[in-house]
Design a protein. Structure first.
Length: 561
């Protein structure tokens, strides 16, 4: 591909005044010929702290092969990643959501500093997907995002298992229903190799979103991490980004309102993670597309649940790939008018409808149903409001969750105290577990509660206890669990006024979450409330707490009001 004087990299690399820049790059092996070609940044989220991103070094090498073959010069950069699964239930989990902002900021900084002409982002664990996408939007150069792929399921006692089975087994073990030896055998078997968590948890939900929203080519992300075809896909990604550069197709051209509605539909149709609400709100803010928390309920209500995926269903992401991949899910949604905006453009230059119609369904596959005979008539994402959550909160309703619950509050001011109560069997059937001061500002960082929710399910309380929090849930959470309650406790939201014994009412059909207190009583309690001291007074956590917005706005960092 010939050099184009309009490309951003020419500013930093061409002319006698840029001899110093060229000299620095020649020190690490770049030639004059290399530096005359378009420069493609390869943003890699490889890290040695988790299986999700562990294999991305090899994929990056193959992406670079594709870039070179298509006439470009790749330059690899790295950023950070935090494993939700490893840090779950600890203070370290507070770093997870914060890492989304650091991933976005660091990729943006290198992209702006080195003036890349195009970008490829390689992602894996949960927050690297939206974080990298946010950076690509900010840079708005021709870009492709590639997900590293799902981990293969483990096998335990003749059945497929994932990391969520381990967290649920912790509760089963604490209840005396599982032996030490069986817990150890499950621990050893659950994660057999590289790749992101296997069910339709947050990572695979965000992977699905990236194909539906158009930043990833349809069919690329769902190829599993250890499948030999993933390397071929990586080479094709490198070639594709050069084609995207020739066509000058940019993220903001792709990410329209219709693309966001397609993304929400993909979450609803697959029973995906509630974390998608936070991340799509954040992406929409970067693009400037008006998207409200209420829009998720609207799209979800019209979208049938058609993929039978864990945590509520039977199958895992590798099963989706064998069935026909993410394009098959899109193809099924096209069977009924109004479920998908089929003319929305994707990174290939073809519409999502064109891409979906190319899907090949494996005969007899049991994973993806039809819209005529769905698993459930409407999708899983439900937005509740009420006197506990005036700005809204999120619950995932798939196949079996209760639609109503009324019970006494058991109030905890942090996740650890709640987990202690669960493990000591002091939570009883009918209770409503309230975990507060775990929101974006209060945590800070809005920890996921898979440890608590998994333990409740493991103890056999998943069908009789409800939970609400201003924190988040893992994509692996199941049961009547309401997260993202806003305003959060640290901002003086009504959740800060709740006390042990208050009667909390969940009414999913009416989209309500209320406490049986008068408005005057709530106001009187809040008048006595005082904001707690910040848990961190310096460093990245303190910066985040000072800048972060409400969960109802995507928990993004912003300057000013």
């Amino acid at each position: 591909m010939p050099s184009d004087p309009k490309l951003p990299s020419r500013t930093i690399l061409e002319g006698s005044a840029r001899a110093g820049a060229r000299a620095m790059l020649k020190a690490i092996g770049f030639t004059d010929a290399d530096l005359k070609r378009p420069i493609v940044g390869i943003a890699n989220t490889w890290i040695e702290t988790m299986p999700c991103n562990y294999h991305l070094r090899e994929l990056a090498a193959r992406v670079k092969e594709g870039v070179r073959a298509a006439g470009g010069t790749p330059m690899e950069l790295n950023t950070i990643a935090i494993s939700d699964g490893v840090t779950m239930g600890t203070e370290g989990m507070k770093a997870s959501l914060i890492s989304r902002e650091v991933v976005a900021d660091s990729i943006e900084l290198v992209g702006r500093g080195h003036m890349f002409d195009a970008m490829v982002a390689l992602v894996g664990c949960d927050k690297t997907v939206p974080g990298a996408a946010m950076a690509l939007i900010r840079l708005n150069v021709p870009s492709v995002l590639l997900y590293g792929g799902s981990i293969a399921p483990g096998t335990f006692q003749g059945r497929d298992v994932t990391i969520v089975d381990v967290y649920e087994a912790i509760g089963t073990h604490a209840a005396g229903k599982m032996s030490d030896a069986d817990l150890k055998r499950l621990e050893d078997a659950a994660c057999p190799g590289a790749g992101a968590c296997g069910g339709q948890f947050t990572a695979n939900t965000m992977s699905t979103i990236m194909e539906f929203i158009g930043l990833s080519p349809m069919g690329f992300n769902s190829v599993p991490a250890t499948d030999p075809k993933k390397a071929e896909i990586a080479v094709k990604t490198g070639e594709l980004v050069m084609d995207v550069l020739k066509r000058n197709l940019r993220p903001k051209d792709i990410l329209t309102r219709q693309a966001f509605e397609n993304a929400i539909a993909s979450v609803a149709a697959t029973g995906g993670s509630t974390n998608s609400v936070l991340h799509l709100l954040a992406l929409a803010r970067e693009v400037g597309v008006p998207l409200r928390i209420e829009d998720f309920d609207v799209v979800s209500s019209r979208t049938p649940l058609i993929a039978d995926l864990k945590p509520a269903g039977k199958y895992v992401a590798t099963d989706v790939h064998r069935a026909g991949g993410i394009p098959l899910i899109a193809k099924k949604l096209l069977e009924k008018s109004g479920l998908l905006h089929e003319n929305a453009i994707t990174v290939t230059g073809r519409s999502i409808g064109e891409e979906a119609r190319k899907a090949v369904e494996t005969p007899g596959q049991p994973v993806v149903a039809t819209v005529e005979k769905p698993l459930k008539k409407s999708g899983g994402l439900v937005i509740l409001k009420g006197n506990v959550a005036p700005e809204g909160c999120v619950v995932k309703i798939t196949a079996h969750e209760r639609l109503q619950h009324r019970g006494p509050a058991r109030v905890f001011n942090n996740e650890e105290d709640a987990m202690h109560a669960v493990m000591n069997k002091s939570i009883k059937a009918g209770d409503v577990v309230v975990i507060r001061y775990e929101g974006p500002r209060g945590g800070p960082g809005m920890r996921e509660m898979l440890g608590v929710t998994g333990a409740l399910v493991g103890e056999g309380l998943g069908e009789s206890v409800a939970l609400l929090t201003d924190g988040r849930f893992s994509g692996g959470t199941r049961g009547l669990m309401v997260g993202h309650v806003a305003p959060e406790a640290a901002r003086g939201g009504p959740i800060a006024a709740l006390a042990d014994g208050d009667i909390i009412v969940f009414d999913i059909e009416k989209r309500r979450l209320d406490v049986e207190l008068s408005d005057d009583e709530i106001k009187q309690r809040l008048a006595k409330w005082r904001a707690p001291e910040p848990r961190y007074k310096s460093g990245v956590f303190a910066k985040y707490a000072a800048l972060v917005s409400s969960a109802s706005e995507g928990a993004v960092t912003k300057v000013g009001s």
